[in-house]
Design a protein around this ligand. Structure first.
Ligand code: SF4
Ligand code: SF4
Length: 493
């Protein structure tokens, strides 16, 4: 039993902390999910239409974020897309910069930095991401749910419609709703495809016959089907049962994390309004109107304390504030607050855990910045031709290499390849042609490196090769050189 529940129980019942699970229905919610009944059947949620200050702010944030999402594929930086994640051709463009699979280390550092940022953000501000920025919640609550309210009406009307036998009106409303859902799913899937294939290829796939772009067509149908199913049927289950971030809340949130919370000290003992629309002196401010539960898109009662299902959408804050205004009590019975701030009356965000995460985050941002600033536009690899060791020529030892040059820029590059050390090493390109790497392309070449036999004292040594563009060094590559194994008598000679 956690402390919050005990506090609620104590304030509700006046009993000590020792309660059996039967003492209160606050115990039941830990052992069940609000969207599944005792027999394991899905309970469909019909949340009441939200309204209020927070909801208006969410509309603003949604318009901004979805605007960026839908406009993104058309935004160009230096003629290149803002974001392109072409996993099929292993071509990635972020903020107009091309990234290759060779930038894997950079990607790994970026991902680690992102995860640490999310952890730090969650430790301090709870699950704000879920309610205000997560695409799943934005589309579900601010797009699909709004269409549902528009066509089927508010909570009660939706319930009535669901229970009503099939009639022309029911078919019309359900048909219209699902047609609109399908249309938006098509729009989302095409936008997503534009981030993967690029706008031009997506347009080509859309305008050509399906047989000409089978993969693109199958992809779009697949994405559309997944989005339609997700928003029309699966809904809040994605947050409750699937989302890994949601499952991590138990370990990320602490008593000082700011979350959507019910002020149980002020609200309990709850009770209905008595005469003249007011509470009795021994009563808390919660009038048990249940509005905070009715608006909740995940079907929970936030008065039971912080729960895994809560996506911090703030609908319950708006609903409760409206009630408090009506009964002339201060707003904020449900508000953004930490457990400790409600219990002790002091909001303290900074603690040891936050300090530790902040240090790690600053360090990672530093490493990432350094890696980005020192990232070269050309990536070269020299690998020994497989199956070869070394060849002997009079007075020389020779190694044969396959070289690969990747051009990460959007222009052709003309490269010069020179030995940097040791000074006596010689490097030859087998075909003798200049190294011209096409824009966003890659070429392969074959090279010989030769060392004087008397200088090869180890079976393995290193030759440094410099890659130059317009006389400026862009990269330095370490190349392994293999020579004969020296015996003791060789060394004496
Ligand atoms: S909306 Fe406010 S007053 Fe009504 S039940 Fe919820 S917490 Fe209590
Ligand atoms: S408890 Fe409140 S903030 Fe959490 S999901 Fe429900 S309505 Fe949204």
């Amino acid at each position: 039993m956690d402390e919050l529940k005990l506090d609620i129980l104590k304030t509700r019942t006046g009993k000590s902390a020792q309660h059996s699970p039967e003492d209160s229905d606050t115990e039941k919610f830990r052992a069940s999910i609000s969207t599944v009944d005792d027999r394991g059947k899905r309970i469909w949620i019909y949340p009441k239409k939200p309204s209020g200050v927070y909801h208006k702010a969410r509309i603003g944030v949604t318009v901004l974020l979805l605007g960026v999402f839908f406009a993104g594929p058309f935004v160009r930086i230096g003629g290149q897309p803002l974001l392109l994640l072409n996993v099929f051709e292993r071509k990635f463009i972020i903020a107009g910069q091309a990234f290759w699979p060779q930038d894997f280390v950079l990607l790994a550092i970026t991902l680690i930095t992102f995860f640490v940022f999310i952890i730090l953000f969650t430790v301090v501000f709870g699950r704000i991401w879920c309610g205000w920025m997560c695409p799943q919640t934005l589309f579900m609550e601010m797009v699909f749910r709004k269409i549902e309210y528009l066509i089927e009406g508010d909570m009660a009307a939706q319930r009535r419609l669901a229970r009503a036998p099939w009639s022309f009106e029911k078919i019309r409303k359900k048909g219209l709703k699902h047609a609109a859902f399908l249309l938006i799913s098509v729009l989302i899937s095409h936008t997503l495809m534009s981030y993967i294939l690029g706008v031009e290829d997506t347009l080509a796939a859309v305008t050509a016959s399906p047989s000409a772009h089978t993969a693109g067509f199958v992809g779009m149908v697949g994405f559309t089907a997944v989005f339609y199913w997700l928003f029309a049927f699966f809904r809040e289950q994605a947050c409750i049962a699937v989302c890994p971030y949601g499952r991590l809340q138990g370990v990320l949130l602490g008593k000082e994390s700011i979350v959507v919370a019910y002020d149980w000290l002020r609200g309990e003992p709850r009770g209905h309004l008595k005469k003249k629309s007011t509470t009795t002196p021994e009563q808390g401010d919660c009038i048990d109107c249940n509005l905070c539960v009715q608006v909740c898109p995940t079907g929970i009662d936030i008065r039971n304390g912080t729960q895994l299902e809560c996506v911090n959408c703030t609908a319950c804050i708006d609903a409760c504030d409206e009630v408090m205004i009506k009964i002339q009590k201060p707003k904020g019975l449900i508000r953004f607050a930490s457990y400790n701030s409600i219990r002790n009356g002091v909001e303290k965000v900074w603690n040891g855990r936050v300090t530790a995460y902040s240090f790690v985050l600053v360090f990672l941002i530093g490493v990432l910045t350094f890696a980005l600033m020192t990232r070269s536009d050309v990536e070269t690899t020299f690998l020994k031709v497989s199956g070869t060791l070394y060849q002997r020529e009079p007075g020389l030892i020779t190694n044969l290499y396959n070289a690969e040059f990747v051009n990460k820029t959007f222009d052709d590059v003309d490269l010069q390849v020179r030995v940097e050390s040791p000074s006596y090493a010689e490097l030859y390109k087998v075909d003798g042609k200049p190294v011209v790497v096409p824009a966003e392309g890659m070429i392969k070449s074959v090279y010989f490196i030769k060392l004087p036999e008397d200088k090869v004292t180890n079976a393995r040594s290193v030759v440094r090769v410099g890659i130059y563009q317009d006389g400026k060094k862009v990269e330095s590559v370490k190349v392994k050189f293999i020579g004969p194994v020296r015996t003791a008598s060789d060394a004496k000679r």
